[in-house]
Design a protein around this ligand. Structure first.
Ligand SMILES: [Ca+2]
Ligand SMILES: [Ca+2]
Length: 278
């Protein structure tokens, strides 16, 4: 089903901006729980109130309005500093993981010393495929990454490699490039990040597929979607991912619904959506 034009739905935008998320310490103490756990479900029930009882494209549109409400563009430089200094270092030990293999490096406290230690910022939805403007600095789909590995990924779709031509790391922490079962060149990261990537990309589609930043294309997403739905199940949401969602919300003012409510993925029925042009 085709989504209704955004302008129609805007008039009935939910009042999600009135839901206050209590700011918490940027550095979490040992054993400190996420806001999700600490506040119970009441705040999240309010945040997702307009999505209640909806399914399919209707649910997708409700979530689009929810996640764009209150979303502030901090700018790309500031966003990357927040990424390296806080969002990717919630335990505050100044060590940051390469998203692709889980390799830890430090001390890293901002994008500059991250770069000095060989890490830059991976856009899981590539900049060349539409991560531009506010989407370029949207932390829900950004992760610190080893610069060399990130170059190998380039703007390839994510997928399951069946025949590899390049790899780094071992076992469950291996990242590799190669062809998938359909013969397309894809990039496969370590196991533990697969669900995180899936939820980030499903968020990106929900957030931007109607507003369509410049260069926006569904070229990768169309190919990735079946894999992302599998990865979402295979690597379910962890406490660390919920903490990250809280941290991103503190920085830019919106949340990833698929981290808070993993069941939304099934309820939207992504596989049955008409993804639209591009
Ligand atoms: Ca850390
Ligand atoms: Ca994970």
């Amino acid at each position: 089903m085709q989504l209704a034009p955004l302008a129609v739905a805007t008039a009935t935008a939910p009042t999600t901006s009135s839901v206050a998320f209590r700011p918490i310490s940027p550095r979490l103490a040992d054993g400190e729980t996420s806001q999700h756990q600490r506040d119970g479900s009441e705040n999240l029930d309010k945040y997702y109130g307009a999505a209640q009882g909806k399914q399919g494209a209707e649910l997708l549109r409700a979530l689009h309005l929810i996640v764009r409400t209150g979303h502030v563009d901090r700018g790309y430089s500031q966003a990357r500093d927040e990424l390296f200094g806080e969002v990717a270092d919630l335990d505050g030990d100044d060590k940051v993981e390469d998203m692709f293999t889980g390799e830890l490096r430090g001390p890293i406290t901002d994008r500059k010393n991250g770069f000095d230690r060989g890490f830059n910022t991976e856009h899981t939805w590539p900049q060349s495929k539409g991560a531009t403007g506010i989407a370029q600095s949207d932390l829900h789909h950004l992760h610190p990454a080893n610069i060399t590995t990130n170059e190998r990924r380039g703007s390839l779709p994510y997928g399951e490699v069946v025949s590899s031509d390049w790899s780094v790391g071992e076992g469950a922490r291996q990242a590799q490039r190669g062809v998938d079962a359909l013969g397309k060149t894809v990039f496969e990261p370590r196991e533990d990040i697969k669900g995180d990537i899936a939820r980030g990309l499903l968020y990106f589609y929900t957030r931007y597929s109607q507003s369509r930043p410049s260069d926006f294309t569904l070229e990768n997403f169309r190919h990735e979607l079946p894999t992302l739905l599998a990865w979402h199940k295979q690597d379910p949401v962890t406490a660390a991912e919920r903490l990250r969602n809280d941290a991103v919300q503190r920085v830019q003012g919106n949340r990833n619904p698929f981290v808070d409510r993993p069941e939304f993925v099934d309820q939207i029925k992504f596989g049955q959506l008409e993804l639209g042009r591009g």
